[in-house]
Design a protein around this ligand. Structure first.
Ligand code: C2E
Ligand code: CA
Ligand code: CA
Length: 713
C-alpha cells in the first residue's frame, strides 16, 4: 500500500481566484492520471492523484476533499469497492464521488449507484462535462443548507428535474433561485437575488427572453426562449421558459441545451426514467424518496407514498399489442398527473412546499411520492379520488379498457423512516387492499395493519423454528366404509402446539406457510412422519389401509416432488397404493405448471389421488374424466346440511352419481351426526370421515380403530 506524500499535493494554479475545489483523482493508469490532472487543474480544481484504491482511502482519511473521481476498473480494490469503503468512512457526508466506467451499460451504472457513487461518467472522459458536473455536484452539496427555503407550487416541475429555477416577481426581479448549480460553468452565479433577470442575460439574446416574458406575463401560458452564451471561447445554449406561478410570480426554468450536455442528460434519462412513459423509474423514485424522507424528517414534514397496482394490464396485450399497452400506461400516468395537480392546486397556503413525483415501478405499479406535506389527513381521500379516476375506462386505439386497481398508502409517520421501509409498507397495504374484492380499494398502512403484520412475522418466525426443530406432530383420522363400517383409510393431519402460543390451527398456519415459503419444508416433515408411521404400523402387524396426505398446490408444482416420494417409498419398501394424496380442485382446474404432469407420474407409480373439498370452488363435473384421480371428497359444507337442506343434498347426490359414473370412490368428510351418515348412505356414498366416526387423534390413540372399529368409540 502506498503512503501519500505531501509532494503529491498540487499547488492551485489560479491563486488569485477563490480557493479551488479539492479533487481526488484515482486511476491505476499513470497516463490517464496525468491527463486528468492537466485538464482538471486547467478547470480550476486542486488535484491529488492516487494510483489505487487503498492509497485513495488513506488520502481521504487524512485530507479534506470536495469530490472524488474514481476509475471503475483497477487491479486490487476496484472503483466500486473503493467507493463503498469511502462511503462507509464518510458516513453521512455526501461528498460527490463520480465513477468513471468503461461502458455505459446498465450493469456498470447499476454497480456505480449500488456502491454509493453520486454519479457515473463514461470513458473516455469529456473534461468539460466532467468539470461542470464536478462543480455543480460540489456546489450542490455546499449550498444545500443555504438553499432558499421559499417554496412554490411545484407540480409542473415534476418532469423538469434537470432544470435550474428562478422565481421572478412581476417586474422580473429575482426573488429566489433553486438548483442554479445545474447551469454550466459559473453561469448560475450571475443570477443573484434582487437583480432584474433581464439584466443578467447576454446582450445579444436578451430580447428572446423579453419577448417570451411579454407574451407569458398577461396569460397563463408557457413561453420558451433560447439564450446563447460564449464563455472563454466555449459556446452554450441555455433554453428557458416562463411559467405563471402563484401570487403574480413567475417561474423561470433554465436548462443547458448544448449538444454534449444534452447527450449526457440523455444518458441520465435512460438511467433514471421509465422508457415507456418517460416518468421516473424505480431508481429515481428510491433516490428521491431517500432524499426527501431525510429532508422531511429534518423539517418536520410528512412524506407519503401511494402505490397504485393494476390487476392485470398485460391481459390487454392480445387486443392492444405492445404499442397500445404503452399508450395505456401513458394514459394512466396522464390521469394521475392531472388528478394530482388538480388536487395539489387546491391545497391550503401552508402546503406550497409540497412536492410530488409520479413514477413507475413495474408494468402494473404506479407510485406517487408526496413530500414536504404539513399534514396528511387528506391522503386517503386523494388516493380514493385518483383510484376513481383510474377506474373509468381508457379508450385506446378504439378499444375500451377497464382496469382494476388496488391502492396501498404509507407515510413517514406510520411506517419506518427509510425508503425501503416505506415502500414495503405500501406493499403490505396493497396486499391487504387486494384481499378486499372491490376495485379501487385503498388501504393505508396503519398501526392495526402493522400489528397484524408483526403478528404474522412473529408467527412465521416461530413456525420456521418449529418446523426446523420438528416440533409439529401428526394426528390421524379414520375413514370408514359406509356399507359395513370397516376401517378403509386414514387421513394424516398436522398439529402445531407452540411453546409460547399454544395450539395453532392448521387453518391459520398452513396458508401462512404457503405465503412464507415454508410449505415445502413442512410438507417434507409430514411425509417423513407419515412414511415412518406406515412402517411402524406394518412392524406392529396392523391392518394395512391407505394413508392420505394433504399436499399443497405449491409443493405439487415443484420439480422434485415425484422423486422425493419415490425415494421415500422405495427406501421403506412401502406399497405405493398405501399412499393417497389429497389435493384441492383449484390446482386441477388451473392446470398450472407441473402439477398435472406430476400427478400423472405419481399415479403411474401407483400412488392414489383424491380431490379434497370437492364442490367448493370449480365444481365442473365434466372435467373429472380427464384427471388422474381415484377419489372425490365431498366438502364438509354440503355434508353439514345434507339432511336439512335440499340444495346441499342435491349437490351431494350429483357428486356421488357423477363420481360413480367415471369410476371414482366418493367419500364424505365432516360427518358429525348419525342423521348425516344415514342420509349419505341412502345417497349411495361409499365412505365417511368425521367427528361422528372418529376425531383426529395421535398415533398411539389410533390403535383402537384397528380393532374392528365400532362406531361411537
Ligand atoms: P382438510 O384437508 O379439509 O381436513 C379436514 C379438516 O376437517 C381437518 O381440520 C379435520 O380436523 C376437520 N374435521 C374432520 N372431521 C370433522 C368434523 O366432523 N367436523 C368438523 N367441523 N371438522 C372436521 P384441520 O386438521 O384443522 O385442518 C384444516 C386444514 O388444514 C385441512 O383441511 C388441510 O387443508 C390443512 N392441513 C391439515 N394438515 C395438513 C398437512 O399435513 N399438510 C397440508 N398441506 N395441509 C394440511
Ligand atoms: Ca384433506
Ligand atoms: Ca377437506
Amino acid at each position: 500500500m502506498l503512503t501519500p506524500t505531501l509532494s503529491d499535493v498540487p499547488v492551485a494554479p489560479n491563486s488569485v481566484k477563490l480557493p479551488s475545489f479539492r479533487l481526488l483523482v484515482v486511476d491505476d493508469d499513470p497516463a490517464i492520471r496525468m491527463v486528468s490532472r492537466m485538464a482538471l487543474e486547467k478547470a480550476g480544481f486542486a488535484v491529488t492523484e492516487a494510483s489505487d484504491g487503498y492509497t485513495a482511502l488513506s488520502w481521504l482519511k487524512s485530507h479534506q476533499f470536495d469530490a472524488v473521481l474514481l476509475d471503475a476498473r483497477m487491479p486490487g480494490l476496484d472503483g466500486f469497492n473503493t467507493c463503498r469503503k469511502m462511503r462507509d468512512y464518510l458516513s453521512d457526508d455526501p461528498i460527490p464521488i463520480i465513477i468513471a466506467t468503461g461502458q455505459n451499460d446498465d450493469v456498470s451504472i447499476d454497480a456505480a449507484f449500488e456502491c454509493g457513487a453520486t454519479d457515473f461518467a463514461a470513458k473516455p472522459l469529456n473534461w468539460r462535462i466532467i468539470s461542470q458536473r464536478l462543480n455543480s455536484l460540489i456546489r450542490a452539496r455546499n449550498v444545500k443548507k443555504h438553499l432558499n427555503s421559499r417554496s412554490f407550487q411545484i407540480s409542473s416541475m415534476l418532469k423538469t428535474s434537470s432544470e435550474a429555477m428562478l422565481i421572478l416577481d412581476q417586474d422580473g426581479t429575482i426573488q429566489g433561485a433553486h438548483q442554479i448549480e445545474r447551469l454550466p460553468g459559473q453561469l448560475g452565479q450571475t443570477f443573484s437575488l434582487g437583480r432584474c433577470f433581464f439584466d443578467c442575460l447576454p446582450a445579444q439574446s436578451a430580447h428572446h427572453a423579453i419577448n417570451a416574458w411579454e407574451t407569458a406575463a398577461p396569460s397563463e401560458s408557457v413561453n420558451k426562449f433560447a439564450l446563447n452564451y460564449d464563455i472563454e471561447g466555449v459556446s452554450f445554449t441555455i433554453q428557458g421558459r416562463f411559467i405563471a406561478g402563484v401570487e403574480n410570480e413567475f417561474l423561470c426554468l433554465l436548462q443547458d441545451h448544448s449538444d454534449a450536455f444534452v447527450a449526457e442528460r440523455r444518458m441520465f434519462e435512460l438511467a433514471y426514467t421509465d422508457n415507456c412513459t418517460g416518468i421516473a423509474n424505480e431508481r429515481q423514485l428510491m433516490s428521491e424518496l431517500n432524499r426527501r424522507l431525510k429532508n422531511d424528517l429534518e423539517t418536520g414534514h410528512h412524506t407519503v407514498v401511494m402505490r397504485f397496482a393494476a390487476a392485470d394490464l398485460n391481459g390487454f396485450e392480445p387486443r392492444l399489442g405492445r404499442p397500445g399497452l404503452a399508450k395505456l400506461a401513458c394514459a394512466i400516468v396522464e390521469r394521475l398527473d392531472i388528478g394530482l395537480n388538480g388536487y395539489l392546486a387546491g391545497l391550503p397556503e401552508n402546503s406550497i412546499g409540497t412536492q410530488a413525483l409520479i413514477s413507475r415501478l413495474s408494468d402494473t405499479d404506479f407510485v406517487i411520492l408526496l413530500s414536504g406535506l404539513p399534514a396528511i389527513d387528506f391522503v386517503e381521500e386523494l388516493a380514493e379520488g385518483l383510484a376513481r379516476r383510474l377506474s373509468s375506462s381508457f379508450e385506446i386505439d378504439g378499444f375500451s379498457c377497464m382496469v382494476d386497481w388496488s391502492v396501498g398508502v404509507a407515510d413517514s409517520e406510520e411506517s419506518v423512516s427509510s425508503a425501503d421501509g416505506i415502500l414495503s409498507a405500501t406493499a403490505y397495504a396493497l396486499q391487504s387492499a387486494q384481499y378486499g374484492c372491490n376495485s379501487g380499494q385503498v388501504r393505508r398502512y396503519n398501526a392495526e395493519l402493522r400489528n397484524r403484520i408483526y403478528d404474522e412475522i412473529e408467527l412465521e418466525r416461530l413456525l420456521r423454528r418449529d418446523i426446523a426443530d420438528g416440533v409439529l406432530e401428526m394426528y390421524y383420522q379414520p375413514k370408514f366404509d359406509l356399507s359395513n363400517l370397516s376401517l378403509i383409510g386414514v387421513e394424516a393431519l398436522i398439529r402445531w402446539t407452540n411453546s409460547e402460543l399454544g395450539f395453532v390451527s392448521p387453518a391459520q398456519f398452513i396458508p401462512l406457510a404457503e405465503r412464507a415459503g415454508l410449505i415445502v419444508p413442512l410438507s417434507h416433515l409430514v411425509i417423513e412422519r407419515v412414511f415412518d408411521q406406515i412402517v411402524r404400523w406394518r412392524e406392529e402387524g396392523r391392518h394395512e389401509v391407505p394413508i392420505s396426505i394433504n399436499i399443497s398446490g405449491i409443493h405439487l408444482n415443484t420439480r422434485t416432488i415425484v422423486e422425493e416420494l419415490r425415494a421415500g417409498i422405495q427406501q421403506r419398501k412401502i406399497k405405493p397404493d398405501l399412499i393417497e394424496l389429497e389435493v384441492t380442485e383449484s390446482i386441477m382446474v388451473e392446470g398450472v405448471g407441473k402439477a398435472l404432469q406430476n400427478l400423472n407420474d405419481l399415479r403411474d407409480m401407483g400412488i392414489r389421488v383424491a380431490i379434497d373439498d370437492f364442490g367448493t370452488g370449480y365444481s365442473s363435473l365434466s372435467y373429472l374424466r380427464k384427471l388422474p384421480i381415484d377419489c372425490l371428497k365431498i366438502d364438509r359444507s354440503f355434508v353439514n346440511s345434507v339432511n336439512s337442506d335440499p340444495t346441499a343434498r342435491a349437490i351431494a347426490r350429483a357428486i356421488i352419481t357423477v363420481g360413480h359414473d367415471v369410476g371414482l370412490h366418493v367419500i364424505a368428510e365432516g360427518v358429525e351426526t348419525a342423521e348425516q351418515l344415514d342420509c349419505l348412505k341412502q345417497l349411495g356414498c361409499d365412505s365417511v370421515q368425521g367427528y361422528f366416526t372418529g376425531r383426529p387423534v395421535p398415533s398411539q390413540d389410533f390403535t383402537r380403530f384397528f380393532h374392528g372399529a365400532q362406531l361411537g368409540n
